[in-house]
Design a binder for this molecule. Structure first.
Ligand code: ZN
Length: 131
């Protein structure tokens, strides 16, 4: 558990922690606030992410994600729910460019198991292997 530094890019900072600590598989949760956000929505027809930038302070009502291996490196896939001063929400796939105002996180590490991402032609995404 820990706190991300003010002004850090959430996704990059969490990735750096996973690299530094050698986390190969895990689960991330976080609450806090951001100075601004950058979210992505995956277009299921074009197989491309559409980016949404929200340039204002928001609460992190919830961030949940996982860590697995992609291209032999720890890779974080996270989604975030953000709320404004009226309690209205934004949400989506967490992209780089979401900047910490204050952020407390929990990273639960799973040892002894590796899950790798690989290209899935049906979705165009880098997915886990089906069980
Ligand atoms: Zn996603």
């Amino acid at each position: 558990m820990g706190r991300l530094p003010y002004g850090a890019d959430i996704l990059n900072e969490l990735s750096n922690i996973c690299m530094r600590e050698g986390v190969k598989l895990g689960w991330i949760q976080s609450i806090g606030a951001v100075k601004k956000a950058r979210l992505a929505f995956y277009n299921q027809h074009t197989f491309e992410y559409q980016l949404l930038e929200i340039d204002k302070p928001l609460e992190i009502a919830g961030l949940t994600g996982n860590v697995s291996i992609r291209d032999n490196q720890p890779f974080i896939h996270a989604h975030i729910t953000l709320t404004d001063e009226r309690g209205h929400g934004y949400g989506g796939h967490l992209a780089t460019g979401t900047i910490v105002f204050a952020c407390e996180f929990v990273l639960q590490v799973v040892d002894g198991l590796i899950i790798e991402r690989s290209y899935d032609a049906q979705t165009g995404l880098q997915l886990w292997k089906e069980e």
